[in-house]
Design a protein around this ligand. Structure first.
Ligand SMILES: [Zn+2]
Length: 271
């Protein structure tokens, strides 16, 4: 990657710097043909949304280095820079994101992000840990994810009148909190990540925007170390619900819920 990509051109008054700090190339174990197609989709989507920085945060067990290299290759002709990262799983079963300065340091200490603390799945730190342990984890982190894109469709779905009575309020609250993390889960002096967590290009709806600028010779990494508080910035309209929800393979509970009420959804149409 050319070093020029780390420094932004002059920012106009109305321009935003756009970061997506949680993104998946999602090509693990795909055939070369499918990888080519998927990467072409990534490229088109990223080109359209004009994102400045995308963190490649493939799951640790899905070859994050290869995912990063493919994504970097895909945006080669674009203004977008790819930040190497990993979404790791702690022994407590919690997802944590690490960002690195370059591909060689993928194994060294970088920036630590606590993603989706309130996700309805089983990997949210705020759900899994005691209040005290959660605060301890935050005190070691650089960023907490205050918006995660996996919540966008579910939130829309749960707002449907006919569905409201079927959705347990605890689940609805978790989805709301994942869409916009309440203050009490944000810790003290942390940066705020706004991330799509997209596993397919069209799932990238909101990314993080900031009016702070990267001032040379500052690198994007030094910039991020300032613990920027990103605001949600919409880069595309959200995709249609049912196919996306089904494809994304949500947590077991939600899949069961969907299966049970799938017919109801179809009958009610207009999703
Ligand atoms: Zn993820």
């Amino acid at each position: 990657m050319g070093k020029g990509k780390f420094y932004k051109r002059e920012l106009g008054r109305f321009n935003l710097l756009k970061f997506d700090l949680h993104y998946h190339a999602n090509i693990f174990r795909l055939s070369p043909d499918k990888i080519r197609t998927r990467m072409e989709q990534h490229k088109q989507s990223i080109q359209k949304s004009e994102i400045d920085f995308i963190a490649s945060t493939e799951h640790a067990y899905k070859d994050p280095l290869t995912a990063y290299l493919y994504l970097k290759e895909a945006v080669n002709d674009l203004e977008t820079a790819v930040i190497p990262g990993i979404e790791a799983l702690t022994k407590e079963g919690i997802d944590i994101i690490f960002l690195y300065t370059d591909e060689e340091s993928l194994r060294l200490a970088g920036l630590m992000i606590v993603p989706h603390p309130r996700t309805p799945g089983h990997t949210g730190a705020a759900n899994k840990l005691s209040e005290k342990d959660y605060q301890t984890l935050l005190s070691q982190a650089d960023y907490v994810e205050i918006h995660n894109g996996a919540s966008v469709l579910l939130r829309q779905l749960f707002q449907k009148k006919y569905l409201r009575p079927l959705v347990p309020s605890v689940l609805r609250k978790k989805v709301e909190d994942t869409f916009e993390l309440p203050e009490k889960y944000r810790g003290v002096n942390l940066g705020w990540a706004v991330s799509s967590d997209a596993h397919y290009p069209k799932d990238q709806v909101y990314v993080g925007g900031t009016h702070f600028d990267i001032t040379a010779p500052e690198t994007y990494f030094e910039f991020l170390k300032r613990r920027i508080r990103f605001e949600p910035h919409q880069v595309s309209s959200s995709p249609s619900m049912i196919p996306t929800l089904l494809k994304n393979g949500l947590c077991v509970f939600l899949e069961a819920l969907l299966k049970k009420h799938y017919k109801l959804f179809l009958q009610s149409s207009k999703l």
